[in-house]
Unconditional design. Sequence first.
Length: 71
Amino acid sequence: MPLDRFVLILVIVFAAAGLSVWIATAIAAATTAPGLWFLAVPVVLAVAVLWRVIAQRLNNPEDDHYDTIEK
């Protein structure tokens, strides 16, 4: 993985973590909801990232290493 892509991923992850903490504190301050609501945003973000990774892996023909193996 190129360094610039790795740094971009780290920046996005830190921004998403900061955003999720900010949204969670805003929700917690505005409501008296049950205690697990603040976990909803990070869980949704993690599921979205996993969904994108799996979809990209399944739909990318250039990333299929088994096509180049001799049989």
